[in-house]
Design a protein around this ligand. Structure first.
Ligand SMILES: Cc1cc2nc3c(=O)[nH]c(=O)nc-3n(C[C@H](O)[C@H](O)[C@H](O)COP(=O)(O)OP(=O)(O)OC[C@H]3O[C@@H](n4cnc5c(N)ncnc54)[C@H](O)[C@@H]3O)c2cc1C
Length: 339
């Protein structure tokens, strides 16, 4: 563990934004984390940021504090019962590698979440989700370190208060805890979930004779690779905005005005709108100003074509929010963490 000063964060965020951190260090154990947090340079006014894979962050300025990169590694089976394997992964494990590990051991439940960038530790932060599955569906518990109380605390499913791209760690406990490890409850007998998106179609294309979690994972990998820009080629953080939810009544009145509006039932009284569709209707798809842009195939994904500043991407996102509000009266919320 080494505390470095004035480190460029460009390699550490998938948007590829070139800002610097005043202090930067990796930690590979809880002891190292504690040592960093008690460093004499780390004083209360100094902010700190726990960094995973940097795939859900937009840096808009230099970070005037400590960036602590989580490198806690290790995966293990902690217990099992008739129905589940309980698998614990340390927060610094790469998410997709963890998914592949589970698939090769026949632990079922997260195959639909294949190829999501980032690390295990961030998976509960926004209750990651894709193709009809969210972390809350397989979550058992996690351990997190309270920075001020100096203590490790366990969180159950209820404690995390998961919602759509939400958890307590994004709201009431924001910046208070460092997630150390997460235990997932994974099925011995898979419950295949192929109804979402183009999974069925892709499985047919792949000519899959016998359905398996491995086949579903591969189908999801194929679909995602064909649809989403690869951050190694074009900087991005996936969906920039959440899909907004509105009361059914408002949805019906929007339907009268915009018959093609895309919406899905969300609970009994609300409808979830496709933010990408709203953005596209406002003419942003494929828009580019300097190196900041809105992806040509996925309007929900904002991109850095090379040397965009975080502020430029943020300003573009504000213009998008404004125009969607003007046209549809719907407020878009950013999914990406703005730093
Ligand atoms: C191409 C692409 C596709 C994507 N697709 C999806 C998708 O389908 N579904 C989805 O939900 N997301 C998706 N994302 C977003 C992103 O991959 C996830 O949100 C992921 O969980 C972020 O992980 P990370 O390790 O990169 O987090 P980071 O970006 O490093 O951090 C995100 C936030 O979590 C905090 N944090 C990270 N680790 C910890 C920790 N151990 N303790 C406390 N706080 C922590 C950070 O401080 C920050 O506020 C996509 C991103 C990209 C680039």
């Amino acid at each position: 563990m080494q505390l470095k000063e004035n480190v460029s964060l460009k390699p550490y965020n998938t948007f590829g934004i070139n800002v610097s951190a005043k202090y930067f260090a990796n930690f590979t154990s809880l002891d190292e984390l504690k040592e960093l947090l008690t460093n004499s340079k780390f004083q209360t006014p100094d902010s700190y940021l726990i960094l995973g894979g940097g795939s859900n962050i937009l840096f808009t300025k230099d970070f005037d504090g400590f960036v602590l990169k989580n490198e806690l590694k290790g995966i293990g089976l902690v217990k099992e019962d008739d129905t589940f394997h309980y698998v614990k992964a340390n927060a610094g494990e790469n998410w997709h590698q963890f998914v592949l590990h589970c698939i090769s051991n026949n632990y079922a439940g997260i195959e639909n979440l294949s190829l999501i960038p980032g690390n295990v530790g961030a998976s509960p932060m926004q209750n990651i989700g894709a193709y009809g599955v969210e972390i809350k569906d397989v979550f058992y518990e996690l351990e997190a370190y309270h920075v001020n109380d100096n203590a490790v605390q366990k969180f159950s499913l209820e404690d995390c208060e998961f919602g759509y791209r939400e958890s307590v760690f994004k709201r009431k406990y924001k910046d208070q805890f460092v997630i150390l490890n997460v235990t997932y409850k994974l099925r011995k007998q898979p419950l295949f979930n192929t109804s979402y998106g183009a999974i069925e179609e892709e499985l047919k294309k792949m000519d899959v004779k016998e359905l398996s979690i491995k086949a579903i994972s591969q189908a999801v990998i194929n679909i995602r690779s064909s649809k989403l820009p690869d951050p190694k080629e074009i900087g991005n953080a996936g969906s920039f905005f959440k899909n907004p939810t509105i009361p059914n009544e408002k949805f019906h009145s929007l339907q009268n005005e915009f018959p093609k509006i895309v919406g899905y039932p969300f609970g009994e009284n609300e409808t979830k709108l496709a933010a990408g569709w709203l953005i596209e209707q406002c003419g942003w798809k494929g828009f580019r100003e300097g190196d900041a842009g809105c992806h040509a195939k996925q309007a929900l994904v904002l991109v850095n074509y090379g040397n965009a500043k975080g502020e430029e991407i943020y300003n573009l996102s504000s213009k998008i929010v404004e125009s969607v509000k003007d046209k549809f009266g719907v407020k878009l919320e950013r999914e990406v963490n703005i730093i």
